[in-house]
Design a protein around this ligand. Structure first.
Ligand SMILES: [Zn+2]
Length: 256
């Protein structure tokens, strides 16, 4: 918390003359409460859980502060770049270490009762399967997230660079199964929500040689016929390091 506060204070202090910060939007790889003022649970970030972050930052910085799930900010960037409509249900699914999921309804992120909606990475896929970071077994992200690829390198392709995994082993049964599992995750949400548009992205999908066509084909195979399959609008987003920050700007601009 102290690091975050001092980083933001330095940024504000060092702005050129005449420039002013009016709001800050910050994305966390965490569960955020429904009121969007407290980070509830961050498996990979220490020291933030259950801290009333919004109020603390607003008091320290004297500006409006918005906190949100990082993938929702990523999605705000993608929907702007792709010029997607706000009406209806739109989804974004991002395959990184885990699987991030943004669900937007009429332009706003779906939060759910506890702020924990859109945890598609934790849909149960394999009975009694691998132990997930969430404590359950067999969650989808253990089989369709980057974690699975790291495990594959460590067990089957020891010593090989992970960046070459799809280039060298696209035809292996393990990679085919990985793509099949990723497609099932996406199709699950498609069949549940019949979304207007689907944005797919994240580090895994942007790895060299990732079989994008095969993924789309398998998503179509698993989507219910004739609808929603016939009207699917699938977009692939490019994974640039600034996307989340650009999305945060959009998010803050709309709310301040
Ligand atoms: Zn899980």
């Amino acid at each position: 918390m102290e690091n975050l506060i001092s980083f933001l204070k330095d940024y504000i202090r060092e702005l050129p003359e005449g420039k002013k910060v009016s709001a800050a939007a910050i994305g966390f790889p965490s569960t955020i409460n429904r009121a969007r003022d407290t980070v509830m649970q961050s498996p990979n970030l220490a020291g933030l859980d259950n801290v009333p972050l919004k109020a603390m930052l607003e008091e320290e910085l004297g500006i409006k502060v918005l906190i949100e799930k990082d993938v929702n900010l990523l999605y705000c960037h993608d929907r702007k770049v792709l010029n997607l409509s706000r009406k209806g249900v739109h989804i974004g699914i991002y395959f990184g270490t885990g699987i991030g999921n943004a669900i937007f309804i009429d332009g706003k992120p779906l939060t759910g009762k506890d702020g924990a909606a859109g945890e598609i990475g934790h849909i149960p896929l394999v009975p009694g399967g691998k132990l997930c970071g969430c404590g359950n077994r067999g969650c989808a992200e253990c089989y369709a997230g980057g974690k699975y690829l790291v495990e594959l390198i460590n067990t089957k392709y020891s010593g090989e660079p992970i960046s070459e995994l799809f280039v060298r082993h696209a035809e292996s049964p393990e990679i085919k199964e990985f793509v099949e599992n990723a497609a099932r995750v996406v199709a699950t949400e498609i069949n549940l929500l019949n979304p207007e548009t689907i944005v797919l992205g994240g580090g895994v999908l942007n790895m060299k040689g990732f079989p994008t066509k095969l993924l789309e084909e398998k998503i179509r195979n698993c989507s219910r016929k004739p609808y929603p399959e016939e009207s699917l609008e699938i977009y692939f987003s490019k994974d640039e390091v600034e996307n989340g920050v650009r999305g945060a700007v959009e998010y803050a601009r709309e709310r301040s």
